[in-house]
Structures are given as structure tokens and as C-alpha cells.
Design a protein around this ligand. Sequence first.
Ligand code: FES
Length: 127
Amino acid sequence: MTTTDDSPETESLHYVADVDEITDGDRVIVDVEGREIAVFNVDGAFHALSNYCIHQGGPACEGLISGSLEVDDEMELTYDSTNKVVSCPWHGWEFEIESGEHLAPTDYRLPTYRVVVQDGAVYLDSY
Ligand code: FES
């Protein structure tokens, strides 16, 4: 889910980190009421995904963060180096960080959570 600067209901927010503690291309993983959730910084936008892999329960968000292959209008493959994809370290399933969608042509995806940036801090807002 995308970053917002809206004024949220503060009682529903769970503090994650200060903005400058999650650098571009990096992530932090927090425990919120027994659920592990990863918050990623992709090119300055923050996104949150469940760290519980839909394949066999591995730590889906702890693997390699990478760019992705894109197909242009002429069906040429190009590599977008923006860190948009995370690979589960157990068996390599790849997920699009912004949406949680599995990159293979399936309907699988990791649950996403709303992220709020306010006063220089990053919060999860899903509780
Ligand atoms: S548990 Fe994540 S790919 Fe298998």
C-alpha cells in the first residue's frame, strides 16, 4: 500500500521507524500483535507486506530485494533496477513489493498493509 501524508487516526497507528532509518531499497521487519510485517522503501515510497510466505510459510520478505524485467511496446525485455521485488529465501517465490502479488501468472499475493508517514516517522495503520 502506498505512502500517505494524510492526518491519520493516531490511536490506530503502530510505529515502525523514523523515515531515515529505512533507506531506499531497504526494509525493516516489525512484530505487530504477533504478526511479522515488512515495511519497504521503494524509491522513496513505503509499502508493507506480510512476512509469512503463502507458499510454505517462509520469511517471504527477508530475501533478496531486486529490480524486475519489464516488457516494452516492442516486446523487448529491459531490466528496471528499481528495487521492486522481494524473493522468499526458502524457495525463491518472487513478490512485487507494492502490491504483494506473486510474479508468476497466478492469483497469489502477500497481504498488504497501509503505511502512513507523519512527522518524519513511518507507521502501520491496519489495526
Ligand atoms: S516458503 Fe516462500 S517460496 Fe516457499
